[in-house]
Design a protein around this ligand. Structure first.
Ligand code: SAH
Length: 374
């Protein structure tokens, strides 16, 4: 089987070069060709000796997941369904804004956690994505976006980074696929690959404490934590991993994470569920709970999906909640809902998951929403 070079971060690629009888610096050249110029064909790699190119053609490939469907929302948000084989598909979402372009990347086919308000959870879980399948989403987005830019006559050169920010907030729990996610994020940060700064890559987690501690050492990118509740009672209900790593432990882990970079902050994500966690008393509890952590809040109006059993908090409830946090001195943003007309908003990514957990069967009343090809 040929080696997919998208599976290799700089260190591993250097080792592979040595195994192939080459100098380690070849890794640098290859990274640039593959990730910066989007080359998938070794023949174009003109600064690499012909004999080595031949060897690469025989033994290796550059194989990102292929696109099954693209949808473009009215606000310009794009959602891609990428084929990861054997009937499984994952989604990546590109969100253009005036000053940046953010790619939301998936880390697993489905999700094994069971957050009650998340549509990915309803899909069940099939498997972890490989490094190639994770970084392939960024590779793919850059190809697609620069192709479109060129078609529209906008200048594109090697330095054009249409994707300026990456958020690991697509399908899956990134810290449950630790090794592959870290390798992919190292490529995102690598100057020979995507060269994004540490602050422009954000990992969102539901709160896997041991892996958070590892991440702090291995690849301390910007951190977002799906808090969603002001106390353990509510969080146990809606983010069940809380039973394993309750709030106190999670917040301590956040503080340990920040020790590495004292000027950083954690973003606490908080989904606004009508009548569940959106009352003024909840905001006041949250004020006290988060006191010890250098943090910002990102309130996410709940994005509905069929049979979710939840409703989005009203505007007034969201504003009242926000104001209590602001008055206590926190920085608070309310996440704009992007791409909801194509089910591309937070928690709406469903992809195509051949469930191995039988969760979808157990929830027979909640039919999974499959990606609609248009
Ligand atoms: N597993 C990671 C990444 C998931 S998605 C995590 O839990 O952080 C990114 C964010 O969207 C998370 O905060 C998640 O809780 C939130 N989310 C999930 N379902 C949602 C929904 N239906 N509406 C709004 N936000 C949702």
């Amino acid at each position: 089987m040929s080696l997919n070079l998208l599976d290799y971060d700089a260190e591993r690629l250097g080792q592979l070069m040595v195994q192939m009888g080459e100098k380690p610096f070849r890794a640098k050249q290859l990274l640039k060709w593959v990730h910066q110029r989007g080359a998938a064909d070794f023949d174009v790699m003109s600064d690499i000796a012909k004999s080595f190119r031949q060897k690469l053609t025989e033994q290796a490939c550059v194989a990102p997941p292929s696109m099954m469907a693209e949808q473009i929302a009215q606000d310009g948000t794009r959602k891609w369904l990428l084929d990861v084989g054997t009937g499984n598909g994952v989604e990546a979402v590109f969100i253009p804004e005036d000053d940046r372009g953010t790619l939301c990347v998936s880390s697993q086919v489905g999700c094994a956690l069971d957050c009650t308000f998340c549509s990915t959870a309803r899909q069940g879980f099939n498997r972890n994505l490989s490094t190639a399948e994770i970084i392939g989403q960024l590779w793919w987005a850059n190809q697609r976006l620069s192709f479109d830019a060129a078609r529209l006559g906008n200048a594109v050169n090697d330095d054009t980074r249409i994707v300026s920010n990456v958020v690991m907030m697509g399908m899956g729990e990134p810290l449950a696929n630790y090794d592959n996610v870290v390798a992919a994020m190292r490529l995102m940060l690598d100057d020979n690959a995507y060269g994004l700064s540490r602050r422009r890559v954000t990992l969102s987690t539901s709160g896997m404490v041991p892996q958070l501690d590892r991440l702090r050492e291995d690849c301390p990118v910007a951190l977002a934590v799906s808090l969603h509740a002001p106390n353990d009672k509510i969080r146990d209900e809606i983010v069940p991993i809380n039973k394993k790593y309750p709030l106190k432990e999670l917040l301590n882990a956040c503080n340990r994470y920040l020790e590495k970079a004292p000027r950083d902050f954690v973003t606490f994500e908080y989904v606004m569920l009508a009548g569940i966690n959106d009352q003024p008393e909840h905001a006041r509890q949250l004020v006290d709970l988060a006191r010890s952590v250098s943090c910002k809040f990102n309130l996410i109006p709940f994005n509905p999906f069929p049979n979710s059993g939840y409703a989005r908090s009203g505007r007034e409830a969201i504003h009242r909640f926000r104001d209590i946090l602001i008055q206590a001195g926190y920085i608070v943003t309310v996440r704009k809902t992007r791409g909801d007309d194509i089910d591309a908003a937070c928690g709406q990514l469903a992809g195509q998951v051949l469930d191995k957990t039988r969760r979808t069967e157990k929830m027979a009343e909640t039919r999974p929403i499959l990606f609609q090809q248009k």
